[in-house]
Design a protein around this ligand. Sequence first.
Ligand SMILES: CSCC[C@H](N)C(=O)N1CCC[C@H]1C(=O)O
Length: 372
Amino acid sequence: MSTNQSPSGRPETLSGNRDEQLRQAMSRTGLDALWVSRPENVRYLSGFTSGDDAKLLVVAAGDQTGATLYTDARYTVQAGEESRFPAFIARSPATLEHAASSVQGLRVGFEADHLTVSELETLRAHWQAGGTPATLVSTQGVVEGLRLVKTEEEVAQIRAAQTIADAAFAAVRPGIMAGVREDSVAGQLEAFMRERGAGSAFDITVASGPRGAMPHGTASARVIGNDELVTIDFGAKVNGYHSDMTRTVAVGNPSEELRRLYRAVLEAEEAAVQAIRPGAKCSDLDKLARDILVSHGLGEYFAHSLGHGVGLAIHEGPGLRGTSKDVLEAGMVVTAEPGVYLPGVGGVRIEDLILVTPTGHEVLSSSPKEHL
Ligand SMILES: CSCC[C@H](N)C(=O)N1CCC[C@H]1C(=O)O
């Protein structure tokens, strides 16, 4: 085990806007320290890009304030290059033994949604056994709350990802026709994005014909037929930041029933996008889109929420759903993606990626929508 020295020019201790916001969030939650185990949160706070194999201990009170990245020897060089904080290179339980001295007597938060029961038991065994035990506090959303509003740099990454996704769609759309396999379409989109330095944000949905009734219809070997709708949901990933967009396209001349579904979803989607602005309640936005689909007799087929925030995770806050308490703020990046799914018939989803601006919104996705 070893400790990386922080390269000169990079702060070893908590400083700067993001760190100050974290300090305030921890203080509001009554925490002296936070054990960060969600990969995206480790990355967000430290800059280390392999958060799956790392933890971060942030100490904001007591005489040892600062942060330490814990990762193993596979990442010694990478941690030195990427992390804003010094890295302690070891594996558990040596990492926990090292951290134990920093957390004595402190109230230490752990991320309840990103720690297994056995990991919690291990924390207890190492930090609560000695003479000055730490108090372990279950937390939710401490760092996620900071990630809701994006910085200009984060928006630039998401924008870059969406630009690549739009270019991919433009390149691949002419080849979406009867006789082509769904997984061929997905493969072409992915290859295009990789060629431009981006990853695929998630398993690409290409759902044709009756498979359109599956909201997460990952591309299959099915051959696209004539007079079908095809739903394509995909995104690019640039420096950890995602984009997300769905288009439903017509191959040949789909039936009037399918066209009616399409027009209803388009109406709901456009209305929701237009209503996106700072101060808008996410639950109201969901209701706006849902009410339109209800008015077309399609409410029961809208099987999910209107949308979600997008950033280092493909699904993050704010949640655009009926039960959400979230209110939009400038700097949030969200999706609006109503859809209807009729088993045995097919489905339609249309999704844009939207930046909330101080005066309203900017639609980041620019791929054209069909008018059926
Ligand atoms: C597995 S990532 C899915 C991305 C997609 N755009 C999306 O967020 N959804 C598709 C169906 C509804 C919504 C979801 O909640 O997953």
